[in-house]
Design a protein around this ligand. Structure first.
Ligand SMILES: [Zn+2]
Ligand SMILES: [Zn+2]
Length: 161
């Protein structure tokens, strides 16, 4: 889904719901090894034009099949998350000193007017959340480099150094 910013009247909330097909989600995550959508990514989005920027609020649901990079086990993760982003038109940043991008403000993203690529923005935020976090469990013990035993299933008998 792509929304044109000039269709959003100031101060009025625009709501929409949509789904991103499995093949498009998989294409977006293609460079993440072993990440596959188990179904379409569905979302509800609310856009509110604040004049200088647009507020985006979204509820995202997506189930992914992933592969733990530490132990190699397949696992599933379901994202059921709320997302808040502040959308700033890219050209307004260089031509105006009114908008100062705070370096700590990770939730500010830019777009090329008039098109706001909702699907890509939402996919990107899930992608960022996933990156480096493909762990079956944050306490995953991984595998023994010596014998290959999955240490989540129990200790192996290799000598501990
Ligand atoms: Zn693991
Ligand atoms: Zn071992």
């Amino acid at each position: 889904m792509i929304i044109q910013n000039n269709k959003l009247s100031i101060g009025k909330a625009f709501t929409a719901s949509s789904e991103i097909p499995v093949k498009d989600v998989d294409a977006y995550f293609a460079d993440l090894d072993e990440a596959h959508a188990l179904g379409p990514m569905s979302y509800d989005v609310v856009l509110t034009n604040r004049g200088k920027h647009i507020d985006l609020e979204a509820d995202i649901k997506l189930s992914l099949a992933l592969c733990c990079f530490r132990c190699g086990q397949d696992f599933e993760r379901t994202f059921d998350t709320h997302l808040s982003l502040k959308l700033v038109e890219a050209s307004s940043i260089t031509s105006s000193d009114e908008i100062v991008l705070d370096e700590d403000d990770l939730d500010t993203v830019t777009y090329q007017a008039p098109n706001i690529p909702i699907d890509d923005l939402l996919l990107e935020s899930v992608y960022l959340e996933l990156d480096g976090q493909c762990l079956c469990n944050e306490n995953c013990k991984g595998i023994c480099f010596n014998c290959g035993q999955n240490l989540n299933l129990g200790d192996c008998s290799c000598p501990k150094s």
